[in-house]
Write a protein that binds this ligand. Structure first.
Ligand code: TTP
Ligand code: MG
Ligand code: MG
Length: 442
């Protein structure tokens, strides 16, 4: 009988590999005028599709290549940490304005005395006691806890700038012990701390306590931490003792962790899927798991069943990489008055491109796509892109591409309201993430 407490660790990692990364055929690049021959050679030697070649050989041979140290796709057991700030926007506002944390604070759209049509972004724990939560219609929040003069609710729109600044300060602290680091949203990050704690789970716990104290002392915010061998498990554990909690799942405790735990708590199982499973009689993870992959697959679909088995077996991804949560890096500039001096616009475009590339280098990321965004007077917006054959992080290459895209596409004599540059189709050779500089996030 399959039970959760004596789970065998199945070696089906291969099945969990994303298949979209099979090698691509590169067409010869027609416009290499701006690439010097040396640069071209450098590109071919150093970058040619490192990541994809490796995944291809794994798929073909059916076994993993020996892993180099610092590889982000390592199948060795990793110690991952997920950090999520507590009631983030609300906590920042309370700190900034010196508000009383025990009074309900709701951040979101204007409630318009209960007639507002927007939603709640977040609220503090005092407001949560009224049953208010993120994404709830603000009218519903008002019904539960009205604002002045009808009730104690304090409703504010919030200020993005404050949150970004606080987020940057927190990320700077979290990056220090992370061999691999991924800012997953404005208030959460994944850290691979395996090397830092030398594989010691107790040291990982102590590290989280230190980080938690450091964030509270330096930034004034409280954070919750989850420690586990996979991303999903780390994320779930950071929820367990919120707020200001730390929770750890050791590799041999995964089965126990899922015993009696609601399927709805697993990131990736939404309300629709959870309702469907409940209709079949499965409310907790173990109830679905003991059915086995085949039987569950017949009801809920093979892919879902296979995935759920992997989650419980601790066989889902432990990769921490900025590329997972970032599709592109871009910067744009809005002119205070619409511009017709294209030389001046080009100067701005060059500076934006340079900044994007500096940033991508800091993050150890390269890209294949250059995109220039042009917004004309009246808000009409066009983006013009061009791909290069291999991912690069050479500012010179992208400066020339940006100039070329602008010069060949701008509709002459029209006023320009905004110009932007974006680096897309990102890539990060595994060895480079280890060199991730401790620079501030955007
Ligand atoms: P969360 O981490 O989901 O929520 P939280 O930090 O407010 O609360 P918790 O203590 O449970 O972690 O989201 C982080 C911030 O993102 C949140 O403070 C506000 C913002 N946000 C929205 O603007 N809209 C949303 O629907 C959600 C979920 C969050
Ligand atoms: Mg949070
Ligand atoms: Mg969050």
């Amino acid at each position: 009988m399959r039970t959760l407490s004596n789970l065998s660790r199945q070696q089906n990692q291969l099945l969990s590999q994303p298949l979209e990364d099979v090698p691509r055929e590169f067409k010869p690049f027609e416009k290499l005028v701006y690439l010097t021959p040396t640069l071209e050679i450098h590109v071919c030697e150093e970058y040619i599709n490192f990541k994809h070649r490796r995944q291809h050989s794994e798929c073909m041979s059916g076994e993993h290549e020996p892993l180099t140290e610092g590889s982000i796709t390592s199948t060795k057991e990793r110690i991952l940490v997920h950090c999520d700030l507590d009631a983030f926007f609300a906590a920042v506002e309370i700190l900034h304005h010196g508000l009383d944390p025990d009074k309900p604070l709701i951040i979101g759209s204007d409630p318009q005395g209960g007639r507002g049509r927007g939603i709640v972004s977040t609220c503090n724990y005092a407001a949560r006691a009224f049953g208010i939560h993120s994404a709830m219609p603000v009218s519903e929040a008002w019904r539960r806890c009205p604002g002045h003069p009808f009730g104690p609710g304090h409703y504010i729109r919030g200020s993005r700038g404050l949150y970004s600044r606080a987020s940057r300060q927190v990320m700077k602290i979290l990056k220090v012990p992370a061999e691999f680091f991924e800012k997953a949203s404005i208030d959460e990050a994944y850290l691979d701390v395996t090397e830092y704690v030398k594989g010691d789970w107790d040291a990982a716990y102590a590290l989280c306590r230190t980080l938690q104290q450091s964030i509270e002392k330096t930034v004034g915010l409280t954070a919750s931490f989850g420690i586990a061998p996979t991303r999903i498990l780390a994320k779930m554990s950071s929820e367990v003792n919120k707020p200001k909690g730390i929770f750890r799942i050791l590799p041999d405790e995964i089965g126990d962790f899922f015993e009696g735990r609601s399927l709805r708590e697993v990131p990736g199982i939404g309300p629709k899927r959870a309702t469907q499973l409940a209709e079949w009689g499965f409310v907790t993870v173990d109830e679905a798991y003991v059915l086995g992959e085949l039987a569950l697959g017949r009801m809920a679909g093979e892919r879902f069943a296979a995935w759920l088995m992997r989650v419980v077996d601790g066989n889902t991804s432990s990769e921490v990489s900025q590329l997972r949560s970032r599709k592109s890096i871009g910067k744009e500039h809005t002119f205070s008055t619409d511009q017709t001096d294209y030389e001046a616009v080009l100067d701005v475009l060059r500076s934006l491109t340079q900044r994007v590339l500096t940033r991508s280098r800091d993050m150890g990321i390269s890209g294949r796509l250059a995109e220039v965004k042009i917004r004309y007077t009246g808000f009409e917006t066009h983006t013009h892109g061009r791909s290069i054959p291999v991912a690069m992080d050479e500012p010179e290459v992208f400066l020339r591409l940006a100039e070329y895209l602008f010069a060949t596409n701008v509709q002459e004599k029209r006023g320009l309201r905004l110009i932007g540059f974006r680096l897309g189709q990102l890539d990060m050779p595994p060895t480079r993430q280890a060199m991730l500089h401790l620079h501030e996030e955007e």
